[in-house]
Design a protein around this ligand. Sequence first.
Ligand code: URP
Ligand code: ZN
Ligand code: ZN
Ligand code: ZN
Length: 497
Amino acid sequence: PDYDIVIRGGRIVTAAEVFTADLAIRGGTIAAIGHDLGKGREEIDATGRLVLPGGIDPHCHIEEVGADGSVQEESFVSGSRAALAGGTTSFICFKPQWRGQTLAQSAPDYETRAARSLADYSFHQIITDPTPEVLATEIPALAARGIRSLKVFLTYDPLRLTDGDFLKVLASARRLGLLVTVHCENFDAIAWQQEALLAAGLTDPVHHAWARPPVVEREATLRAMALAELVDQPLQIFHVSCGEVAEEIARAKARGQKVWAETCTHYLTHGVDDLERPDFEGAKFVCSPALRDRSEAARLWEAIRAGTIDIISSDHCGFSFATAKKDPGASSYGQGAAMLRPDGTPAFNAIPNGAPGIENRLTVLFSEGVSTGRIDLPTFVRLTSANAAERYGLGGRKGTLMPGADADVVLWDPELERTITVGEMQHAIDYTPWEGYRARGWPVMTIRRGEIVMRDGVLLAQPGSGRFLARGPYAAIAPRGVVPNGFDTVGRGSGQT
Ligand code: URP
Ligand code: ZN
Ligand code: ZN
Ligand code: ZN
């Protein structure tokens, strides 16, 4: 045979177009796209199917290790099985830094754990303590090893940066050609509201949302963008939850600033009312930024169609309901001291933040976006893989179907309807926010670097078969060359330490 695999007669979808052709794979990469291609060792009939680039989930928390030594329930094995089952072949998760420690001291075995992944992976390096050593030595060493994105938090007690420390990280990233990603919420505003809520006995899961209304997210987003503008450093805003935040980002973009934004699947399908589900079930929907009024989803779709938001991530963050109910404080992603209520459940501020979504991201977005006619197929590809590839330094290799690219390919049945239920899922969490959701459009086969890793829901890959994706320098994140007053503080060497 001429090829390892030939996929025949499918509708090929790229970031730009949709056309019917055959796709041939050899040696883990795409060898040819066209007609009358030679024989494959494996011949796949894709009639009636879409042929998509493998999904890239650029924001997910997998097997994260907290400063207290706690390890998140979703392991690299279960989390990457979930990814492949859902049509995602690559993801970027978070290497921690614990305050008071160097990068090397924080979770030194994290990369060894990650090597068990079945999907390809990379890391964002969380920076919580930008000491002179971290800035001058450790971050440059990371960049040299192909870790080209940093993550900062403007809230969460053990993670948040002051504005001054945030500026140092931005400056360091600009010098080295790294992307900075940011969680935007105002820590002090949340703490102030939270204290009042708890004092008033308002401790339910829904009060999580009361403690962090949209204005808290909007203020921090505006501040983050302003500081990035000062440094002339491109910025990726994580998990935009509502219209008023998207509007601020649109304004910054219109001024020419290099700022980009993602939202997450759950902000399109869920609302603050989910936090009021009885029997403490609202705890399943405690995430940050909080779920918003239902009317916000339409505004997020507008921002997606306008290109203000151009990536949909899962922000997969796995805490089982059973854990949330009885184990307050098991996560860094909470705020404040754990407090138990008379019935034994934790107050809202001790419920770990986050919800699982890596496995459902593509099917939910397809159902909500493509099957309803809100977006077309190339937009679906841009949102789920192509834009992330370009933004994070994986362009040409991932998120595209063209000769020479990695053969990460998903065969998609656009008509298949199934109900999402946790019992049929691969992830290790005991619930899904989409339990009972009738989804239209499902992956039926996932190919990762030329290997069939999922067929009709059956996982075929082995732990450790995923690869670390080292990322080299790339053009998308070059600074604009515009600084206030023409005085380039970074160029003068300030902010190094
Ligand atoms: O609630 C969330 N989003 N948990 C995960 C951590 C984060 O803030 O992204
Ligand atoms: Zn053909
Ligand atoms: Zn976050
Ligand atoms: Zn996150």
